[in-house]
Design a protein around this ligand. Structure first.
Ligand code: ZN
Length: 243
């Protein structure tokens, strides 16, 4: 079966729409790795658009903050401002949808976690030691994570104990059958690898491959909505920087 793998939409509807258009007709189901809201200007629209796709979905740290399941004081000032605005803006129905999502689940032969399998809400997997420690915290061959907004692959050769790390680019196709893997498709709504295009992946669990894609979207349109809402300038600027 072909799976559309999305993460970190962050209330950026323009980015979500181009991803869905780009992947149209190429998947049978959707997995979402968390952080549907926070940072962006269209939380209700994004919850409703994703929900309609009936995804297997996770919650993320920003979703939890909006639901008061996390202390917003752990966020930086700008992120906190948008969390508060999102709390005031989200409809009761959309809030209820987010409320029921777990931060981690298993869909054999994959584990899905927002941040990491060890600490599914908060931990950033950005280096080899953190990745290595996390391989002991899931039982499937492969774990899909989001949270860093950086498309990347950590591979563990269990026979030799050797680890490998690679950033991935548009068009890269990963063979999922060889090693144990922790894979991040990148972020749809706020990429952070210096490439501002929306990131997502298509997973084929028969061929056992994952294809990484980047799609340009109307960044200025999202920025204009954020400006109208008087959202923090740094958050508006970072969309065009992809950082
Ligand atoms: Zn995020």
């Amino acid at each position: 079966m072909r799976t559309l793998v999305l993460s970190d939409i962050h209330a950026n509807l323009a980015a979500l729409e181009v991803v869905l258009a780009d992947a149209e007709g190429q998947w049978e189901r959707v997995w979402f790795l968390g952080d549907l809201v926070g940072y962006g200007p269209q939380p209700n629209e994004c919850v409703e658009r994703l929900r309609a796709l009936e995804p297997l979905a996770l919650t993320g740290n920003h979703d939890w903050a909006v639901l008061d399941k996390l202390d917003v004081d752990d966020f930086n000032t700008e992120a906190r401002m948008v969390v508060r605005w999102t709390q005031r803006t989200l409809t009761a129905e959309n809030r209820a949808y987010l409320q029921d999502l777990p931060p981690r689940r298993v869909a054999p032969p994959f584990t899905l976690a927002h941040a990491s399998p060890r600490h599914p809400v908060w931990e950033y997997i950005l280096d080899l030691p953190t990745a290595l420690a996390n391989f002991a915290h899931f039982d499937t061959a492969c774990c899909l994570v989001g949270h860093t907004h950086v498309p990347a692959v950590f591979a563990l050769d269990e026979a030799s104990g050797e680890m490998d790390f690679a950033l991935v680019e548009h068009g890269d196709v990963l063979d999922l059958s060889r090693h144990r893997l922790i894979v991040n498709p990148g972020g749809v709504g706020q990429p952070r690898d210096g490439d501002p295009r929306a990131a997502y992946a298509l997973l084929d669990d028969e061929a056992m491959t994952m294809e990484f894609r980047r799609v340009p979207y109307d960044i200025a349109a999202t920025q204009a909505l954020m400006r109208d809402l008087k959202m923090p300038r740094r958050l508006i600027k970072r969309l065009e920087q992809g950082m």
